[in-house]
Design a protein around this ligand. Structure first.
Ligand code: TXA
Ligand code: MG
Length: 320
């Protein structure tokens, strides 16, 4: 506990000085800065090489705190938060004057989230501002799910990495927009459309971010969450493999029959989708570092968090 205190104090000092801190959350590690300090927020964009049109999520430890910064919380968000927050969900709500334009990318809305990680909740409770935090990876690459992942890519660019262990969920938060009449799902995550519909007793529109290019979902269209090695999604194990020994495989729960076992990563031996999600990005990174010519990924059952896993694999496989 004492060690945690020292670590959180270090993180607080960095943030108060306008510097960046990598923070653990239950989904993925975030690259955080004081959301009210435009210079600090600009550093996030620079370090990630993130296009300025792509807005950031702001994080705090309660809905009341967001309200204290002038953000009006719609009733539907209160209802959802009662069930799901702190947790792996982000709400897009009308913005307030207090939020810098750089954070919202000039939109009238702002994305808010209460992450469920004890260290980060403790950190957030000590700050008198929200943390703007995208995933702590270079723009377009796979998100980090351990402190070591952050250290490899951005270690020298942050003031501190708050190590909270491996992320339990392993996939970015569900994003639900509540700025229009109807709730619209912008990003799949651990909390599913069905989960949300049950709480709201209302249908949720699922935005097709593969086809549309709308201001409602900036930053979702392009290739994303991707390995440097070309990745393809292959349902069928009998496809013609050019060089099996130069091919890596991401598998749900069984080995590919034609690829050396040492080239393969099984996401969940017992077929549990929650385990598969927690391992997905570590698998992508591990295989990406082996110098294969190709990675083939097997889609997982398209149910529960499996929908989000397949969504990420599909985005990783988009050709630029
Ligand atoms: O799980 C997560 O959400 C992680 C952790 C660190 O909290 N964060 C994360 O941030 O995934 P990022 O920046 O990698 O993805 C945020 C997504 C982007 O696609 C962005 O376009 C969208 O949220 N977003 C942010 N503000 C928005 C807004 N006002 N309207 C619509 N989409 C928004
Ligand atoms: Mg990201």
């Amino acid at each position: 506990m004492f060690e945690h205190n020292v670590e959180i104090t270090k993180a607080t000092d960095c943030l108060n000085a306008g510097k960046l801190v990598a923070i653990p959350t239950e989904t993925v590690y975030g690259l955080a800065a004081n959301a009210f300090n435009e210079k600090a927020v600009a550093t996030i964009f620079a370090v990630k090489n993130r296009p300025r049109f792509n807005p950031l999520i702001i994080h705090s430890n309660s809905l009341q705190r967001f309200e204290s910064w002038g953000i009006t919380i719609p009733e539907v968000v209160k209802k959802l938060a009662e069930q799901f927050s702190p947790g792996p969900i982000t709400y897009v709500v009308p913005a307030s004057q207090a939020i810098p334009e750089l954070v919202t990318a000039g939109h009238q809305s702002v994305a808010i989230r209460i992450p469920n990680h004890p260290l980060t909740l403790n950190l957030l409770s000590r700050l008198n501002y929200p943390l703007a935090a995208p995933s702590a990876n270079p723009s377009g690459y796979v998100s980090p799910t351990t402190a070591a992942h952050v250290a490899v890519q951005l270690g020298n660019k942050v003031c501190h990495i708050l190590d909270g262990g491996p992320c339990k969920v392993g996939i970015e938060s569900t994003i639900i927009s509540l700025v229009q009449q109807k709730p619209v799902l912008l990003r799949h995550g651990a909390i599913t459309v069905n989960d949300i519909e049950k709480v709201l007793n209302q249908q949720v529109e699922v935005y097709n971010t593969f086809q549309n290019n709308s201001p409602l979902a900036p930053g979702m269209l392009s290739k994303h969450y991707a390995t440097k090695t070309q990745l393809i999604l292959a349902e069928d194990d009998s496809i013609n493999l050019f060089e099996p020994e130069n091919t890596g495989a991401i598998r749900f729960c069984s080995y590919h029959p034609l690829i050396p076992k040492s080239n393969q990563y099984i996401l969940a031996e017992d077929g549990d989708l929650i385990t598969a999600a927690a391992n997905l990005y570590a698998a992508m990174r591990m295989l990406d570092n082996k110098g294969f010519k190709l990675i083939i990924a097997q889609p997982v059952p398209n149910e529960g968090i499996g929908v989000a896993i397949n969504d990420r694999l599909q985005r990783a496989s988009i050709k630029e």
